[in-house]
Design a protein around this ligand. Structure first.
Ligand code: AMP
Ligand code: TRP
Length: 336
């Protein structure tokens, strides 16, 4: 692990729920990989966030290993970055409690993810779902993160994190670094394949709405070919045509070609050829990721070792913030 103190700190996380999919890669993981050399990076699998929705324990357990193996298969290098599981570092929950006391009900009530999720899980609108953004703020502020790369849907949570940090700093003096979001210019909001007016989601009940990073080639190809496009014929990047525009942005994010280059290339060619080519680009991208994944996932003991080291490092990194916070709010030190 790289311990260079002078680099700015980057932190990001994903919940181990559903199936990691291409939207998570384009919106988040791709940038994690790209920014690894410039920042001291911490990548956390936020299992405590995942239980705000009921999970089957055995599935959650194996999914945690799946996700970590996929982080690595996508290019996260544990020699450069710290990879760990949230529940392995108790400071996240400890700091969250303190931050809960600096967050207002009204602020949490305004969170669109809370509103969406409480509609989707009417049978289980639990307090964890409500205070979820405070735990996220704790994840970030614990490590004095400068930059948080996320998809556009997390922008509101980042703004709340900044507000909480500033509120605490105003009251007690400089304690937390106020983090900046990093939202990618292309692909910050990849849309569902069957309903391009809704966000692509890894927890979607209909797997035809997303391309899983572990989808076999033929499955991925079919999902792209069957993706909903509007009745027009031209391959275009035009917000009034969300279906084709979404596919063009997926192409752009994976191939690196600009929207203009892509739409010019398909001028007069129609959707079928474009979809076929996009399917091949996606399959070629997935292949090496899946090969690396199969290799990494097969050695559970190596993954466990890596997560142990990661948790150890993260715990040490966060301890300074915790003791500063406890001191500032007036908790007495435990005797030796
Ligand atoms: P989640 O799937 O909600 O656990 O999100 C994990 C990360 O992927 C977060 O940084 C999200 O902002 C990002 N993300 C999730 N869905 C999308 C999407 N459809 N487009 C772009 N980024 C996404
Ligand atoms: N709330 C984020 C999501 O749903 C996941 C997350 C939890 C996170 N803690 C974080 C993202 C800290 C960035 C930084 O996608």
């Amino acid at each position: 692990m790289n311990d260079t103190k002078s680099k700015p700190v980057l932190l990001s996380g994903i919940q181990p729920s559903g199936n990691l999919m291409i939207g998570n890669y384009i919106g988040a993981l791709k940038n994690w990989v790209r920014l690894q050399d410039e920042y001291e990076c911490l990548f956390v699998l936020v299992d405590m966030h995942a239980i705000t929705v009921r999970q089957k324990p055995a599935d959650l357990r194996s999914r945690c290993f799946d996700f970590i193996a996929l982080y690595l298969a996508c290019g996260i290098d544990p020699k450069k970055s710290t990879v760990f599981v949230q529940s392995h570092v108790p400071s996240h929950a400890e700091l969250m409690w303190v931050l809960n006391c600096f967050t207002y009900m009204g602020e949490l009530n305004r969170m669109t993810q809370f509103k969406d999720k409480s509609k989707r899980h009417e049978e289980n609108v639990n307090a964890g779902l409500f205070t979820y953004p405070v735990l996220m703020a704790a994840d970030i502020l614990l490590y004095q993160a400068d930059l948080v790369p996320v998809g556009a849907d997390q922008k509101q949570h980042l703004e709340l994190t900044r507000d909480i940090a500033e509120r605490f700093n105003n009251e007690f003096g400089e304690t937390f670094r106020v983090p900046e979001p990093y939202i990618p210019p292309v692909g910050a909001r990849v849309m569902s394949l069957q309903d391009p007016t809704a966000k692509m989601s890894k927890s979607d009940v209909n797997p035809r709405n997303y391309i899983g990073l572990l989808d076999p080639p033929d499955v991925a190809r079919n999902k792209i070919k069957r993706a909903v496009t509007d009745s027009g014929a031209e391959v275009a990047y035009d917000e009034s045509r969300p279906g084709i525009t979404n596919l063009v942005s997926i192409h752009s994010a994976i191939s690196g070609d600009s929207y203009e280059v892509i739409t010019d290339r398909y001028a007069g060619k129609g959707y079928a050829q474009f979809k076929e080519d996009l399917a091949e680009i996606v399959v070629e991208f997935l292949k090496p990721v899946q090969e690396r994944y199969n290799d990494i996932r097969s050695s559970k003991s190596d993954l466990e070792q890596l997560l142990n080291d990661g948790a150890e490092h993260a715990f040490r990194r966060g301890r300074k913030t915790m003791s500063k916070v406890y001191r500032k709010i007036g908790f007495i030190q435990r005797g030796r």
